[in-house]
Design a protein. Structure first.
Length: 113
């Protein structure tokens, strides 16, 4: 449901959009960001999409020695051939393969557990 002047059920309105995050490079501080995302829809013609995304990996490692997760944010504004406009904003969290399989991270240094 969307709030505004009147409560409306718009659950199907934003259905089937795909947000594709373009490649980003990790900076020396471990964070990343990129000012390019691509928005697509299988039945609508997106004529313009402008956005950003970024985040950082966890400083804790999984059992394989990789960052246990990566988290961040994203947003995109878009226009369609019929004059429609919209925006999507969100966050994401991705777990490493080892954490997805076992749910276990390496213990914190000095934690002893």
């Amino acid at each position: 449901m969307f709030l505004g002047q009147e409560l409306r059920d718009l659950g199907g309105l934003a259905k089937d959009y795909e947000l594709h995050l373009t490649t980003a490079i990790f900076r020396e501080d471990g964070q990343f960001d990129r000012d390019r995302v691509v928005l697509q829809h299988p039945e609508r013609t997106v004529t313009l999409s402008e956005g950003y995304w970024g985040g950082a990996p966890s400083s804790r490692q999984d059992e394989a020695g990789n960052p246990r997760l990566v988290a961040g944010f994203n947003g995109v504004s878009f226009e369609e051939s019929d004059g429609s406009e919209g925006e999507f904003f969100g966050s994401f969290l991705g777990l490493s393969e080892a954490v997805r399989e076992t749910g276990v991270s390496r213990p914190l240094p000095g934690n002893g557990s």
